[in-house]
Design a protein around this ligand. Structure first.
Ligand code: SDX
Length: 444
């Protein structure tokens, strides 16, 4: 290309001249990226630590090489192992996608049947888990309960610490996928003051989850097929999303070689935040706060003025600078579920009007703020009568598939070590300690 320096035996490289020393350095480029470790050679004095890259919130830093999920934020593309999310959401099942994320290929019928059977027969949890659930207040947030419940699994499966044993990783993958819905459902039933419902091995993954949530005295719960399919599709859409906040937390905690249950518990805690997975809950609260379409212009003005850090929850994304492809699918699913349920479309009408206004407003256009996966998701969960504070729990069940796939990829990546970033120190220089306290004084 004109103006591009010819590739040398070095291959492509960045030529850096340090104005402090006049020295020039050739930093190799691969995959449009440089290794920041290659900057360490840039020094003023020989005993300097060397040049670092500074990138708060990792806005422009690749933490790993991964082949699991591909996102093109400008084009609104999302693929799991090369398969477009639109095709997987339309035709696949969540368990098929969970297999794909971890193994890199779609399962054969025999692999899928065995995997489904393994998941089905590991849905029960140790009976003591129920006692943990009972220990929470009736109004405990279910994400707190899920974080604690999954962390507790680590104590029931001490052999999971053998993370270099493929069989231990396999059974941990199955147990986490199988038991997340059970623990999540226990948290739901605890909040409702209802008896826990045990897994029903005759049901599919989504049907069994809905059964543990909603079954009362009937011998077998009959899930609405539209709801069961909607849950399965939403789980597919939320299954992975490359190096998002919670996945980065799982990778960082997992890099200390802790067991996968503890690493996934860290991911659940990260997902709980309102800027991340907690946004679907925040969207519903926002729609309820708006209450009527006539209040939308005033709300939008509040957001634009930055009053009280008001945000248009469910809008914006670190990577997508166009419509989140998942949001398009969720929006369509939302209209289908609302139609089937016969629910009022008031909140959906507010959401769609909010979207229409925002997408034509310069503030949002300039900042490339579009609906993300969380904008319409909560509306579906609301129609299914899940409490608002439960929405992120549903996100966590699905993301378990991605978290474990990413955790294992990190573990098997020969370049990965314990995650330990550096810092730019801005604190006090050395100074002599002189206490302000009189330790001889007896406290009465
Ligand atoms: C998820 O990373 C992932 O992949 C996450 C996820 C996944 O699948 O794992 O996709 C799931 O977490 C989706 C995001 C859900 N969160 C929300 O909907 C919360 C609302 N959105 C924002 O908080 C925000 O958009 C983030 C956190 C999602 C992204 O923030 P960035 O990339 O750090 O962008 P930013 O905060 O620097 O914003 C850039 C500008 C700022 O304005 P200026 O300072 O330039 O004037 O856009 C503004 C922000 O104030 N802005 C918003 C806004 N989001 C950003 N203004 C109003 N409403 C918003 N929602």
């Amino acid at each position: 290309m004109p103006g591009q320096t010819e590739a040398t035996p070095l291959g492509d490289y960045l030529e850096i001249k340090d104005s402090r020393t006049g020295k020039t350095y050739n930093i190799p480029i691969s995959d449009d990226t440089i290794r920041t470790a290659d900057l360490r050679q840039i020094k003023v004095k020989d005993d300097d630590f060397g040049m670092m890259g500074y990138d708060p919130a990792f806005m422009n830093t690749a933490s790993c090489r991964s082949s699991i999920t591909f996102i093109d934020g400008e084009k609104g593309i999302l693929r799991y192992r090369g398969y477009p999310i639109e095709q997987l959401a339309e035709k696949a099942s969540f368990l098929e996608v969970a297999w794909l994320l971890r193994h890199g290929e779609l399962p054969t019928q025999a692999e899928y049947d065995q995997f489904t059977q393994d998941i089905t027969y590991h849905t029960y949890t140790h009976e003591n888990i129920k006692q943990f659930m009972d220990g929470f207040r009736y109004d405990a947030h279910p994400m707190s309960m899920l974080t604690a419940g999954v962390a507790a699994l680590s104590s029931f499966y001490p052999s999971a610490k053998n993370i270099h044993d493929p069989r231990e990783r396999e059974i941990a993958f199955v147990r986490l996928l199988a038991k997340m819905p059970t623990i999540a459902a226990f948290a739901y039933r605890h909040a409702k003051g209802l008896p826990y419902v045990y897994p029903d091995n005759a049901l599919s993954y989504a049907e069994n989850f809905l059964s543990m949530i909603a079954r009362m005295s009937e011998p077998r719960y009959e899930a609405d097929p539209v709801y069961a399919r909607a849950i399965d599709v939403l789980f597919i859409l939320h299954a992975d999303h490359e190096q998002n906040c919670s996945t980065s937390a799982v990778r960082a905690v997992g890099s200390s070689h802790v067991d996968p249950y503890s690493a996934v518990a860290a991911g659940i805690a990260a997902l709980y935040g309102p800027l991340h997975g907690g946004a679907n809950e925040a969207v519903l609260r926002m729609l309820q706060e708006i209450g009527d379409e006539k209040n939308i212009p005033g709300f939008i003005e509040n957001v634009k003025s930055g009053k009280g850090d008001a945000k248009l929850m469910g809008f914006g994304h670190r990577v997508y600078k166009s419509y989140d492809p998942r949001a398009k699918i969720v929006k369509k699913l939302c209209e289908e579920v609302i139609k089937v349920s016969g629910s009022t479309t008031k909140d959906l009408d507010i959401a769609m009007e909010l979207e229409r206004i925002a997408l034509s407003d310069e503030y949002f256009i300039k900042r490339k703020l579009y609906p993300n996966v969380d904008f319409y998701t909560g509306l579906i969960y609301r129609v299914m009568k899940f409490p608002t504070d439960y929405f992120t729990v549903l996100f966590a069940i699905a993301r378990t598939a991605g978290w474990v796939a990413q955790w294992e990829e990190m573990l098997l990546d020969k370049e990965q070590k314990i995650a330990r970033p550096r810092q730019v120190y801005t604190g006090a220089a050395e100074r002599k300690y002189t206490s302000n306290l009189d330790y001889t004084r007896r406290v009465e």
